[in-house]
Design a protein around this ligand. Structure first.
Ligand code: GLC
Length: 724
């Protein structure tokens, strides 16, 4: 068989200008029905209360999807987003392959972010496992489910470094560190695509949102991003680069601008860095409607200029704005856009379709009922493992683990609301697939009473029933729609009724365990001061209740560590571990960098997490080698039960031409230790990890002292100093 480049070229030689432009168009199925307004306007009417949710649902029930069959037949569509189900995909694929002039297959994309039907913990939660092999395995099962249902491309992994808990999309990535996000993204790419992207159950990955979307000003979604190129390259680009280097076939530019140039028409990003510096050969796709939104940005006068700027900058495909299909032909004919730019875009798109095997096997989706491919027992087992490894033990004053058989007071609405366990971006999830805490108590025949957040219960008053409870487990936090896209918050406090519930539980004098469901770091200040045991559960997916009880009863020893700092309150945002020291580091003196009304340090720092056992670090050694700095540290399990410990290695360059962070994560490893066991853990800090961009934009590695740290949290003070 001819190689892919030859097949791409041969096909392009046959294509008309219209057919080429058709490939650059991704459509969502527009909804046509018994309502006069555009679907997006209908959504706005519901969101701002002009119609009720019930009325919206009634109108939607009367709607049908317009799959634009005639446009597919005419070769005017290259891709669909939001098409539901193998049958529907097979229908439109047959039109594209068997009825269009050149038979170019469609590529079907969707947001498969943390599971398809087997929903696993939200990415911010799963990242707390610090386990690339786990991240890859969960991506693999979501690809198998999605491909069976007709999806061949996921708009994931999201690897936006996020340091501001007010930003709702912090839920979708791997927290505040670039190295961790990069390892997370690379693992997801491997899991989605495997070594053979053309396999039936492989799907294309899409690294997003390129770039620095997590740095939106004030944590407000879609807001501006303004930073030096040095900061961009040191703190944000590495996570995208690692995911691209893992072989991602596609990249999605971000909605935001960077220092005034929107990513959607940013040639420095899309051509100079992505393609020329990193050698990316895949395809770029805009975010939803983002090309047309260049007009809102003020970077284009109209959709025609937006289309021209995006195409020339290196944007291959237009997600649903229609700016390309409506303007490119005229722009090419007038010379405003070069045919070379269009040919590059179309070649990128066709290359990805060939690499996915779509020309050879356009009907990759399940032949049998896709339901046969969902929620397999082994998928649920993995989802439970992922949740166990994502849940962080934040506090434990001799309360956990519990003994089975004691009578539980399960408190809070969230303890019984399955659908809330799926978290943000679980668009194919079915809420009832999830196991809530109360479901798990039922299934394990545990003696329990469920009290809603207002502490009402079906079988009597709290005062009466509480007497029979030995321990209270209080489910608190956020609903799934309070994080994710367009879900920024100016307050990250818990709702007053949840604090009130906790106060009443504490007043009983019985042990209280708080289980926090959330999509972002919350201000758990009061909870940390008043509740003796706290489990950070995130939105843990289909096996939520089972995994939580596994940890509560000690069947599993918690091992997760935070990948995002927990602020004292929203006023402290952004807060992150790899900060610089400043000329007046925060301290006791008045004239130092701190707040009058809050401590300077977060409630829980990056890398923090407890276990049912304890660990001791010793004998930190660091030695300069040709490759960089060889580090070795001993870790001992000084407690009474076995556990997994995430050993972290940081460094600091204390003196440099541009000041450097007080800590930077260099490497980590997760080890299992039996009680009393000691292991030596080695790391290599590669020389290039020590480098930075100086004021002249030269990448340099200074000679001089380097501080090396190792421990179970970013705040470790176990230090060695070497001179490079
Ligand atoms: C959304 C998100 C992006 C997602 C896309 C398609 O606006 O920004 O992450 O992949 O649209 O749903």
């Amino acid at each position: 068989m001819k190689d892919i480049e030859t097949r791409v070229r041969d096909l392009m030689d046959k294509m008309t200008l219209e057919e080429k432009i058709g490939q650059t168009r991704q459509c969502g199925p527009s909804l046509v029905g018994a309502f006069e307004v555009d679907f997006s306007e209908l959504l706005n009417m519901m969101f701002d209360g002009r119609i009720s949710k019930e009325k919206f649902d009634e109108l939607m029930a009367g709607a049908h999807q317009d799959l634009k069959e005639d446009d597919i037949r005419a070769g005017k569509i290259g891709s669909f987003n939001g098409v539901k189900g193998a049958e529907q995909v097979r229908t439109i694929q047959k039109i594209a392959v068997e009825e269009s002039r050149l038979g170019i297959p469609l590529i079907i994309g969707s947001d498969v972010i943390h599971g398809y039907r087997t929903v696993t913990p939200i990415p911010l939660g799963e990242s707390c496992a610090w386990e690339p092999s786990l991240w890859e395995r969960t991506a693999r099962i979501s690809a198998e489910e999605a491909a069976a249902d007709g999806i061949k491309w996921t708009f994931a992994p999201m690897v936006d470094v996020a340091k501001d808990a007010r930003w709702g999309r912090i839920s979708e990535g791997a927290g505040e560190d670039a190295l961790l996000n990069g390892l997370y993204g690379a693992a997801k790419v491997r899991g989605f695509q495997t070594d053979d992207p053309s396999a039936k159950d492989s799907i294309a990955a899409c690294v997003k949102h390129f770039a620095a979307y997590g740095a939106v000003e004030a944590g407000r979604d879609y807001n501006r991003v303004d930073m030096s190129e040095q900061k961009l390259r040191e703190e944000y680009l590495p996570s995208y680069k690692a995911s691209v280097e893992a072989g991602a076939l596609t990249v999605m530019p971000a909605f935001n601008d960077i220092s005034g140039v929107p990513c959607s028409c940013n040639s420095m990003l899309l051509t100079d860095i992505l393609r020329k510096e990193w050698g990316f050969k895949g395809m770029t796709i805009s975010d939803a409607n983002a090309i047309a939104e260049l007009v809102n940005h003020g970077a284009a006068a109209d959709n025609a200029e937006a289309a021209a700027k995006a195409m020339e900058a290196g944007m291959d495909m237009d997600m649903t704005s229609e700016a390309y299909i409506e303007n490119l032909a005229e722009l090419i004919r007038s010379g405003a856009v070069s045919e070379e730019a269009l040919d590059r875009a179309v070649a990128d798109i066709l290359r990805v379709k060939f690499e996915l095997g779509l020309f050879d096997d356009p009907y990759y989706m399940a032949e049998d009922d896709p339901e046969n491919h969902f929620l397999k027992p082994e998928y649920r087992t993995l989802a439970r493992e992922a949740a166990q490894k994502s849940i962080v033990l934040l506090k434990n004053e001799n309360v956990l683990p519990l003994n089975r058989g004691i009578r539980l007071g399960i408190c809070g609405d969230l303890a019984g609301e399955r659908a809330e366990m799926t978290g943000t971006w679980s668009i194919n999830a079915v809420g009832d697939d999830c196991v809530s805490i109360t479901d798990a108590c039922e299934a394990q025949a545990l003696p329990y009473t469920w009290f809603k957040t207002d502490l009402t219960a079906e079988s009597g008053s709290f005062e009466t029933l509480a007497k029979d409870c030995d321990v209270f487990i209080a489910a608190i936090g956020e609903r799934k729609d309070e994080s994710g896209e367009a879900a920024s918050r100016t307050s990250i406090e818990l709702p007053a009724e949840q604090i009130h519930m906790l106060e009443k539980l504490i007043a009983t004098g019985k042990p209280v365990i708080a289980v926090v469901f959330n999509g972002r770091p919350l201000a758990l200040t009061w909870v940390n001061d008043n509740v003796p045991a706290i489990l950070e559960a995130w939105h843990p997916g289909v096996e939520a209740g089972n995994a939580i009880l596994d940890l509560v009863f000690g069947d599993v020893n918690p091992s997760a560590k935070l990948t995002a700092s927990f602020p004292y309150n929203a006023g402290m945002c952004p807060v992150y571990y790899d900060h610089i020291n400043t000329g007046r580091p925060g301290g006791r003196g008045k004239f130092t960098s701190k707040y009058l009304d809050a401590p300077l340090t977060p409630v829980y720092p990056f890398g923090y997490g407890l276990s049912y056992t304890t660990y001791e670090y010793s004998d930190l050694q660091a030695e300069v080698t040709a490759e960089g700095i060889q580090v070795c540290v001993k870790v001992t399990n000084t407690g009474a039960c076995a556990g997994d410990e995430i050993v972290q290695c940081y460094f600091r360059d204390p003196v440099a031409e541009r000041v450097r962070p007080v800590r930077k994560l260099a490497a980590f490893d997760k080890i299992t230790l039996q009680p009393g066991e000691t292991k030596a853990v080695s790391f290599l800090i590669k020389k290039e990890q020590l480098g930075y961009w100086n004021s002249k934009m030269q990448f340099v590695v200074d000679s001089g002292d380097i501080e090396v740290y190792a421990g179970g949290c970013s705040t470790t003070e176990l230090k060695a100093v070497v001179t490079i």
